[in-house]
Design a binder for this molecule. Sequence first.
Ligand SMILES: NC(=O)c1ccc[n+]([C@@H]2O[C@H](COP(=O)([O-])OP(=O)(O)OC[C@H]3O[C@@H](n4cnc5c(N)ncnc54)[C@H](OP(=O)(O)O)[C@@H]3O)[C@@H](O)[C@H]2O)c1
Length: 292
Amino acid sequence: MKKSILITGSTSGIGRAATIEFASRGYQVFATYRSDAHRDELAAIDNVHPIQMDVTDAADLERAYAAVADEVGGAGLYAVLNNAGITYSAPFEFLDEKRAREVMEVNVMAPYRITQTFIPLLLAHNKGSHVKARVVNIASWAGLMASPFIAFYNASKSAVIGLTESMFYDLQLLDIHTVLAIPGITRTPLLAKTTEDGTATLDAMPTEGRARYQDLFAHYATMSAGSEGLPMLATPEKVARKLYKIVDKPNPRFKNNLSIDASLVDHVITRLPRAARVAMNRRMYQLDRAHP
Ligand SMILES: NC(=O)c1ccc[n+]([C@@H]2O[C@H](COP(=O)([O-])OP(=O)(O)OC[C@H]3O[C@@H](n4cnc5c(N)ncnc54)[C@H](OP(=O)(O)O)[C@@H]3O)[C@@H](O)[C@H]2O)c1
């Protein structure tokens, strides 16, 4: 029987690559999208069932659950991959609360709500299989170490790590595996979105704010844009292959760094003295160019 997986944020980057990877390996993939423009593209991939879901919308989630339950029947669902995520770049002084809350909703509350909703289907899978169902949450090394200008991305990814660690215990009581997956910087459209976002934030600032941050943000934009072409950074396809291996293992490890930079941050940089990390970030982000 085919294994089945729900993947959120299947229209771009890691989620799209994971959708293609799992589907090509014979999984039945329930791939979520928001805009109708993406529906046909997903439906054209063998083994993929597009599911419309804004991960922050409770009614969408209810409909998604009903659609997946209808399709899998008593076989249940083998895996949930909570991948959909957004970033938000702004200096702390100009953070917008609505956008900050949106980041927390998409990156933290959605994995909670989606996982909780799908528990009955994960349990249904377990009834018919000795290989237990699993939930994978995508964090980031930004949850292990903070950087300037992404306060709520950092906050959300730290929260995902805490959420996932606690879920591990509670879902273990239900015989469901919980997995924390930590990508490093990956060449996806998220990088360009980060640059565009920073530029839009700068444009919306009052003159005084622009004077203070424009040099820093010009450098920040160059850094993000420059990353997009760096061959040393992982491609979404490579990350997707790693995710496949993790999800397909009968007993996956709890914590998985998905690229060298994620391992480096986890095992080396976060263990450096704080002063060294601060110096590194000040230099990388050229914070000395600030005009207070
Ligand atoms: N790229 C990196 O360097 C990197 C590093 C570490 C961790 N990550 C994490 O990896 C995950 C995937 O990121 P990515 O780089 O692949 O980003 P991406 O290319 O920007 O894709 C993000 C996906 O999330 C979806 N999404 C956003 N908001 C949503 C909402 N409210 N409801 C439903 N779907 C929503 C997007 O759908 P639409 O097409 O409808 O917008 C898109 O499919 C995220 O959790 C991200 O934080 C990425």
